[in-house]
Design a protein around this ligand. Sequence first.
Ligand code: G3I
Length: 309
Amino acid sequence: MQVASREFTSVTPENSMKWRSLAPAPDEYDFSGADQLVDFALANGQRLRGHTLFWHRLNGLPSWLHAELDAASDPAARLRELMADHTATVVGRYAGRIAQWDVINEPLGIASGDFDRENIFYQLLGEEYLDLALLHAHAADPSAELFINETFTEFQPQKFDALIALAQRVLARGAPLHGIGLQGHFFLRAPDEAVLRDQLRRIAALGLKAEITELDIPLPLFDTTPDPLAAQAQAYADVFNACLAVPLCSGITVWGVDDAHTWLDSFVITAGNAPNRPLLFDGQLQAKPAYHAVVDALLDAVPWRIVSN
Ligand code: G3I
């Protein structure tokens, strides 16, 4: 907790604001976990990123949703109604306190630029579900910055192109979109600074904010290098330098505080490599070389220095 409040200026929930976590039943909400996080962040003067209103994968959807839609005479209408209620309830509750929302998470296929076939929102409502969600969120909190958050775009240029095209269509229809988040889970490939910088610039060229929203870079990626911790540190510096080069890159969120608590150690694809050690602090909460590389990158970007003798 001390590290989380001392070292970070922004906070996001890993799971506690997902629809499944918040709503045990269609008209029932349990905000205990989410409230705790919001209180913690505000007590420490930290910005909050809300994550996430609509995500069709893994633990994103409530367990009751499919049964609820199956039982409806008009499933699309019922889904629209549930989306409106959910957004008003959650975004409304935290209005003025949550600065940014990942309104939509991962709309596209994992390895393609097409909409995911398993995406229940797209199946029932088509692409319009993006606009609907954004419009409801904007109505519930006009001051919140609204994001579409996507994964594995950093090393899939076609998927990134599709994300940009999607954002352009949303903007052309007049929906209130303010930013694009690139998750930055680099467990398949280490980051490439130039590619990332170019992608952040292309987001900014749409007039949108760009953020890296779920950064982690596992150590086993660098097993074949002489000093894996130094290579990991360089990779972190690359990500920060890419963002620092783009004025509309407004934040980087790491997906966890310390190496003892990372989703990668239990995730099916990466669990075999555990401990993945992907974060800035080790399991004893000691700052790693990656932490110092990030601090150096941030200090280098400050246009002035206080020099003491
Ligand atoms: O809460 C239960 C607990 O009661 C049970 O005992 C335990 C046993 O497995 O599971 C717990 O649930 C776990 C949940 O996290 C809460 O800790 C799930 O198994 C586990 O699968 C779940 O993983 C989360 C994952 O989303 C769900 O797919 C990760 O913590 C979370 O980091 C991850 O986050 C997502 C982002 O939201 C979106 N981008 C991708 C990222 C990784 O999938």
